[in-house]
Structure formats: C-alpha cells, structure tokens
Design a protein around this ligand. Sequence first.
Ligand SMILES: *Cc1c(COP(=O)(O)O)cnc(C)c1O
Length: 451
Amino acid sequence: MNETLRALPRVDDILEYVDEDLPRAILLDCIREVLDNCRNAIIAGAAAPTKETIAEMSIALAKSKSTPVLRPVINATGIVLHTNLGRAPLAESVAEHVKQVALGYSTLEYDLQTGKRGSRTIGIENLLTTLTKSEAACIVNNNAAAVLLTLSALCTGREVVVSRSELVEIGGSFRVPEVISQGGAILHEVGATNKTHISDYRNAIQDSTAAILKVHTSNYKIMGFTHEVSTKELADLSREIGVLSIYDLGSGSFVSFAGEPTVQQAVADGMDIICFSGDKLLGGPQCGIILGGKEHIAKIRTHPLYRALRADKLTLAALEATLGLYRDIDNAKSQIPALSMLLAQPAMLKEKAALLLEQLDKKLDARLQKTDGQAGGGSLPLQEFESWAVAIPQSSQLSVEELEKHLRNWKTPIITRIHKNTLLLDVRTIEERQFEEIVECVAAYNRAASY
Ligand SMILES: *Cc1c(COP(=O)(O)O)cnc(C)c1O
C-alpha cells in the first residue's frame, strides 16, 4: 500500500495532461482534491488510478466548480410560474434594460433635470399610479416583505381582524398569523373556515382595532357551502368605522384571468393598502409592491424596516421596464413571457408541439398528448390550462427515468415531468428557439443508448 501511495503522481505531473482552458488556481485545487481522494481510496484498499484518469477527474471537478449553481434551464413542465424554476421569466426588452443598468452607472438616485439627488422609485411610482389609479406606491424585496412592513408601520400594538378562511400559508415560512405577530400586531380571527359575514367583521372591530386584513387565498380554494366578504364591502365598512382596510393580494394581476381579482379592481373597490408580488401574474422581477394613499405610503416608507427591505437597482430597473409594457395592454400580453404563456391558446400549443415532434428522432415513438397544466407559483389553483406536450412513452428499449435524468443533466438542463410512465415535454413553457437544443439532447441520448 505504501508503495502504491508513493507511486501516486504529483500535482505537476497531472498538470501536463491537462490542456483545457480552465483557471489555473481552480485546476490546482481540484487536482489536489482528487489526489487526496485517491490517497484515501488506496488506504481503503483500492488500486491506484492512472495519470490520465486522475487528470480527467480533475478536469470534470474543475468544470463543475466553475459552473454557477444558479443557471438557466429549459422549462418543459408547462408550469408557467414554477417556483423552483424562478417564477416569472422577464421580457426580452426588460432583460436588455436591466443589462444596460447593471453594466454601468445609472440615475438610481439622481435627478437629471436638477442635477441633484433624486428619488430611486419615482418612475415606478408614476407608472403604478397611472396604471392602477392608486394614489401612491412603494417597492420592497417581495410580497412577504410588503405585508410585514405594512403591518409593522400601520398596525403595531393594535388588532388586525382576519377571516378564519384566510389564515393562509404560502410556501416557505410565510403564514398570515405569524406575519401579523412578527409585525407587532395582534390577530383577531373572525368567522368560520367556510363562511365569514360582514357582521363578523363589524362585531369584531373595537377601539384597539387598527385594520381589517383580507388575504387573497391565491393557492387554494374553499368550495361548497361558503361565503366571503367582498373587497368592496370591506373597504366600505372600514371607511365607515374608521379603521384601515389592507389587502394581501398575492398574485397581483393587471389582466383578468378567470375569476382572479385584478389590482385595478381592488383599488377601485377602495381598499386602503394593497400588497402583491412582482413575479407572479404581473410577470416582472421578484419584488413586493405596496399601493395606497399618500399618507399611508409615507408612513410605510419612513419606517426603519423599509430601508432594510427596499429593492435593489436591478430589480427596480426590471420592474420599471415591465410596468412600461403595461401602458399598452396588448404589448404586455405579447411581450411579457408569463402573460403570453398563460394566454396561449390550446390550438396554437398543439401546432407548436407538432413542430417539436416533427424534429425529434422517429425511433422514439413520441406522440402529441393533451395536458392540463397549472399556472404555478401558488396562482390560479383551480384553473386548468389545457396544453399540449410531446409525450415519449416508456418502452422495452427506453427508460423514461433515464431519459429524464439525461435531459436534466444536459448543458442547458431540460426540466421535464413523467406522468404514467410517459415523459412529457409541455410546450407551453418552451420557447421555439429552445427546440433545437432539446432535439440535440434527445439525439445524443439515442446515440448513447444506440437502439
Ligand atoms: C405569494 C404570496 C405571498 C408571498 O409573496 P412573495 O412575493 O413570494 O414573498 C404572500 N401572500 C399571498 C396571498 C401570496 O399569494
């Protein structure tokens, strides 16, 4: 064993075998790591690998270490706002604008007219107030932050009345009761799981009440014997009694999808404060948007938490450019990927799937299959989005599990799903320019499997 250990090559010996274009410092670290592993393996009784093998292992390790863990993938799941895959993709023109801002200096807090310090969100506020008819607006990192900040700035030490049907948990650790207590407010539950009436709210309001909070149950639906109080009724009641009405709208759509409340409607109904995400149905960057009257927004913006939760310049650049597209709604629908994907009609998707099928290797026995996709991101939970997929069935020659893994490990990972022993490539979320890479990846699998 000692002899085998002594015979192991040195780092310099291995370097000679490597003519890849990799950063030298990373390569040296990786060779050392591989040699260490070899030493341990030899001590455990393994044979010594050849220099070539050690070089190959070192290159593979260096390559994997030089590849960012966060990188682009092809989403073939058909789920548009896929939480694990980064929710909403940005529009092309938005990404271009972000790039320009990222690469240089910008007017982040500079007013070109006066040559003095300016506001970092004035452009966004103007767009939001124009688009939604709200009086004022403010931006933070995500909607969870928006709700927490709102409660902290406007409700600390006082009661917040919420329906028992709306004590929602959103993915991660966002739970309405916990956010309320984190914001320093006291939860006052009213109604029952399935029914809450306006009288329940009215009876709960007392001197210590700061607000009525309505939470959009964006990721589930209660059906059957149910009743919920509309935003209009809640806004009217809160105005009559003199408490705030706050709406955690979650998905924050500017366009009406079957039954989904829009931001504009919530403003028109008279809710005092409305919070929603930038990267759900709006189709912009991850951020939280707070709309409300000037006085309330000023209180929120001067709260110390605002400084801790405010969004960075790249997010602001992406949000302003995305909102800009909404000035022409048809423009927004065609250019914002989340919107155009969600609005794509089944007939169009079938044609798109046929186009992909045509390019794929005929040996696969692939065919077209109708799917019922979901919006994802905890939005529109019941709405089925009929879509079309290229379906590759399990066969004696082909393991769909192996194919799924091969696609997932491709240079641009291709994320698919398996349903009833069939691998599905749902075209709702695949861009046509990505077909070529999918075809290439599947062909490489076929060559390797060589059936
Ligand atoms: C998604 C959602 C949140 C959390 O929003 P993030 O932007 O993910 O922080 C909060 N409330 C509701 C109702 C939601 O749907």
